[in-house]
Design a protein around this ligand. Structure first.
Ligand code: SF4
Length: 380
């Protein structure tokens, strides 16, 4: 059965003013951005809003979320961002409870952006990969220069300009070359309340950065890094809210509580509308191959349900019931369920593999089980 996604990742800009080395939009082999106009238009926003309205009414979705995304969404001119939000709010307000967020690299804020964010209650998330040295090894501009100073300044401006409920949150990709203890205290120094921690996109065609270079780290480098962070985070009252660690925890807790669900705990169900109005399944599958997510569907001629009926969509959105056979005998399968579907991909077997992060996930779930067993006498 499909989980009807209640999030639209709306690409308001298709280009970016920086060039992160691991970016799945530009640097992992998908070149579909070259077909895209630089910015969404008000006309495409209207068609998108109509498409979403028909979808939420058909499936009676009481809440719907629009994530303004790119490229770098704040490259879009401010009047256009206002128009887009006006159109979406005007079209959807009577059909569902609409909420907004934006994912930005934090380098292009101007004070006027915050009037828009405050007006529409747009939650702000800034991408920053940790301390200066860690961030600047991967999040670089088009000349290869680190972006930390600009992002830190943008983050401070956002902290001064937003009520706490709107963030800014930080989105951070795990880098096992860094010191997890130093990174934890750096996060605390930033003073943010929520951190979205992600593993780099990887699969059997595209190994994770720490495992793919000429002197690779030994597996489970990501699991060990996360485990050190996890223990420190638990010892410090689970502060700040680190979504990935909470998701790991709730996957373990789900085994003990009938009120908790594993479903959707590690990823969000969302679909994408590009700047030309074309529809896509989640763009974090772009790492699986060039134009892997291209659907040929558009908000002008097709429906969200048409998108959801594509084979890739059926597989992606029903991922929780599709635990790979490779995992069935694993003692952690009830927590892990094979990991994120994109990390299971290979050209020969599709998504039928265990996660390419299997050793890391196993290590992480064992850490949590042992931590909980030490405190509460229970194991996964
Ligand atoms: S730890 Fe590995 S084998 Fe076990 S469920 Fe997760 S991906 Fe599958």
């Amino acid at each position: 059965m499909i989980d009807y996604p209640a999030i639209c990742e709306l690409k308001v800009a298709s280009r970016c003013n920086i060039n992160c080395r691991y970016c799945y939009v530009y640097n992992l082999g998908d070149d579909s951005y070259t077909d895209q106009p630089k910015f969404l238009t008000a006309e495409i926003a209207r068609a998108t809003a109509g498409c979403i309205r028909r979808y939420v009414e058909r499936h009676q979705l009481r809440g719907f979320h629009v994530l303004l995304h790119g490229g770098e969404p704040l490259l879009a001119p401010l009047p256009l961002l206002w128009q887009i939000c006006d159109v979406l709010a005007g079209t959807l307000a009577t059909s569902t409870q609409l909420s907004f967020s934006i994912q930005t690299n934090g380098t292009a804020f101007i004070p006027e952006h915050f009037q828009l964010f405050n007006h529409y209650g747009i939650e702000v998330s800034v991408s920053l990969d940790g301390s200066q040295q860690t961030n600047d090894s991967l999040r670089v501009d088009h000349q290869g220069r680190g972006t930390y100073s600009q992002v830190a300044a943008g983050l401070k401006l956002a902290q001064r300009s937003l009520p706490q409920v709107l963030g800014p949150h930080v989105l951070m990709v795990v880098n096992p070359d860094s010191d997890p203890i130093g990174e934890y205290w750096h996060i605390r120094e930033l003073g943010v309340g929520t951190v979205d921690l992600l593993l780099p996109l990887a699969n059997y065609q595209l190994r994770a950065p720490a495992y793919s270079r000429s002197a690779p780290l030994a597996s489970p480098a990501y699991g060990k890094w996360l485990s050190i962070l996890y223990r420190l985070w638990r010892q410090n009252g689970r502060f700040p809210f680190i979504r990935l660690l909470e998701a790991f925890d709730s996957s373990v807790a789900a085994l003990y509580s009938p009120l908790t669900t594993i479903k959707g705990s590690l990823t969000h169900s969302y679909f994408v509308v590009n700047t030309d109005g074309t529809l896509e399944v989640a763009d974090n599958l772009k790492a699986c191959g060039n134009r892997f997510t291209a659907s040929g569907l558009s908000v002008f001629s097709d429906s969200i349900d048409d998108l959801l009926s594509l084979p890739l969509a059926v597989e992606y959105y029903s991922r929780d019931s599709l635990v790979p056979l490779d995992c069935v005998e694993c003692p952690m399968v009830r927590c892990c369920r094979g990991g994120f579907i994109g990390d299971r991909y290979s050209k020969t077997r599709g998504f039928a593999n265990r996660s390419v992060y299997c050793d890391d996930l196993f290590h992480m779930y064992r850490t949590i089980s042992e931590f909980n067993a030490g405190r509460e006498g229970r194991m996964c």
